[in-house]
Write a protein that binds this ligand. Structure first.
Ligand code: R5P
Length: 272
């Protein structure tokens, strides 16, 4: 791996632990103004000090993250379809590598849709992006998207999607946590982070997901709704950090969460 590419990845994969807590806030690119991300700036501002990276589109980056911020950016560069369409796999590259360099981001990310109608296009986009990224020192993260088919989130499917992404050159992969997640990790030669998915019912479930993923070999999380849709987003991200970076157990992380709730207070704005 070339020095520049390695250096970019080291900005958000912390050398002290080899782990990362990435905050995902790119949902609007196909979901519109998602609950509690209606105003990304006010949602993200209190969380920036606790995120090792923020995953956003160029629109949210320019409008909602101060250019003076030193938080590393993972830039979503694929899109072109919305939740109003049945087939969410009809994506293409929507942001150029030149723009990614201009925005001084630390990595670019695109969704790959293994087994979906536009599987081929998304995989070719990944391979082309990797060629550009290798030439310019820009890491590429593949996101194994499942669209509306949540039942695809089993170890067999995710192992295939992650391995294919790595074989095509992705420098890291974002996927979903699942039963037998260790099988997904075993078959994937590049670092894996997990998304959180839709908001879970309890804080404990969120922390158990994080702890399970780390224990089974993920290097971290790239999580959104389970942080910023929480009534106490700062407390939640601190508890997740305890698991990812400090090897806290779920019990210890719950204690961190309870203590932080008292000091950090609720989310800035809490629409129902
Ligand atoms: C899809 O919208 C994006 O890739 C999200 O960044 C990803 O799903 C992670 O966010 P969440 O934890 O809310 O699922």
């Amino acid at each position: 791996m070339d020095w520049g590419l390695q250096n970019r990845m080291a900005r958000f994969i912390k050398s002290a632990t080899g782990h990362t807590v990435m905050l995902a806030a790119d949902h609007g690119y196909f979901m519109g103004p998602t609950r509690r991300l209606e105003d990304p700036r006010s949602t993200l501002e209190p969380l920036l000090p606790y995120a090792d990276a923020i995953a956003v589109t160029r629109g949210v980056l320019r409008h909602s993250i101060p250019a003076t911020s030193d938080v590393p950016i993972v830039l979503r560069v694929s899109g072109g379809v919305t939740v109003l369409k049945e087939d969410l796999s009809d994506e293409a590259i929507t942001t150029s590598m030149e723009e990614a360099l201009r925005l001084n981001v630390s990595a670019v990310a695109l969704s790959v849709f293994v087994g979906a109608p536009h599987e081929h296009d998304s995989l070719v986009s990944l391979a082309e992006l990797v060629d550009e990224g290798e030439a310019l020192g820009m890491p590429v993260m593949a996101i194994t998207a499942v669209g509306k088919e949540l039942e695809k989130r089993d170890a067999r499917y995710l192992s295939l999607a992650c391995r294919v992404s790595a074989e095509l050159g992705a420098h890291m992969v974002k996927t979903y946590y699942c039963e037998n997640f260790e099988k997904v990790v075993e078959g994937c030669p590049v670092p894996l982070v997990v998304a959180g998915g839709p908001k879970l019912d309890t804080d404990r479930s969120v922390l158990e997901l994080c702890a399970g993923a780390i224990e089974k070999g993920a290097i971290g999380v790239d999580m959104g709704r389970n942080i910023w849709q929480s009534d106490h987003p700062v407390a939640m991200i601190k508890a997740i950090r305890a698991i990812v970076h400090e090897k806290a157990t779920v019990r210890e992380a719950l204690q961190t969460l309870t203590a932080s709730k008292k000091t950090s207070g609720p989310a800035a704005s809490l629409p129902s």
